[in-house]
Design a protein around this ligand. Sequence first.
Ligand code: PLP
Length: 409
Amino acid sequence: MENFAFKLSKMDRKFIKHFDTLCATEAAFGLTTKPHKIPIVASSTFQFENIEQGIEIFQHQPGSHVYTRYGNPTIEAVAQKIADLEVFGSSQNGFGLLCSSGMAAIHTVTQTLLKHGDTIFTQGNLYGGTTEQFNRIFSKHEISTRIVEFSDLNLLHDTIQKTGGNKIIYIETPANPTLQCIDIEALANVAHQNNALLIVDNTFATPCLQQPLLLGADVVVHSTTKYLHGHGTSTGGAIICKNEHLFKQFWETQKLVGSNSNAFDAWLVNLGMKTLALRMNKHCENAMTLATKLAGLQGINKIHYPGLANDSNHPIASKQMKAFGAMLSFEVGQSAEDAIRFANKLKLCKIAPSLGETDSMILHPVTMSHLKVPRETRLKYGITDALIRLSVGIEHADDIFSDIEQAIN
Ligand SMILES: Cc1ncc(COP(=O)(O)O)c(C=O)c1O
């Protein structure tokens, strides 16, 4: 097996005459057999054998390794794995980039595709941070955000057609925190009839349950911080697409803006993904059990879970998802005070503003994730004061239910 060039050659040793030089030099390192797991390549730059090799590599970007912001073997391996999961079962190729966070992924995509005068068509009940990014960051560049109804596709078609400039449709399905589901295939058709691209945030479903690219979406974004990693010890995002030209555009933005991930976080995501299928099965099973039981619990008013047959999102979710995910939300009493009192009584479910981890976590959207979303928008799209969001973990479902039951009582 070929050794890495890290090994100090006899020549190098001959040149090291002083203790402090040896201290400052990279340690000798060699591989005689292949590691069973991918290594964490924690090197900000890559070393060339000579200038000619450097010139050759610089001329053939992306693909060769120069500098971690441009590309890194650990990060690329993990990005490609997510891309492969997103197109699994088809003959299509997926291309992926890993970003420093889900927000960085959303920003990199939007910044690449839109400029002054362009438009984002989206829903009123996105993750609050995304709404805020569109409203506060992109509005400064005169990129408008228009909240539209995805239930009336004819109206949407007319609205998009009448809008000039570049256009994207940006959705979350299921959406955070109301679990609204949107028909990806139908929306992709509307987008493509109008020269627009469809971007889907697949964080809640993961490719385990839903593959938007195979339903016609152009780009998928993820907060890998959530289910893909699944253990709450890594922050990251992903951009996945099928079109190599588009991928190269995203790569260029990432390279110039520096929204890239790092080798350690990427490696952690990879570790978490080994159990993605197992975890999602248990998460979904628990969520279905809980949603069914919560529906009969006094004090809980409205449950949003697309797996319930009487949920308005059930038909669309059944069409495009393999199972219904593990996020649910429900109203406790009538007010924010009722919801807060309930949350403070929980023992097993922790109050924490994230989701998709092994343990159950709750959040009060109005005072947390959706604090900065204008009240009228929130209320119009079902993000009420009494709403609690629950990320159902993989504990025993009975224990999660007992905790909710005691807190309600
Ligand atoms: C659906 C969704 N997308 C994107 C994000 C942003 O991800 P990150 O926190 O990794 O930047 C979040 C965060 O909660 C989210 O819930």
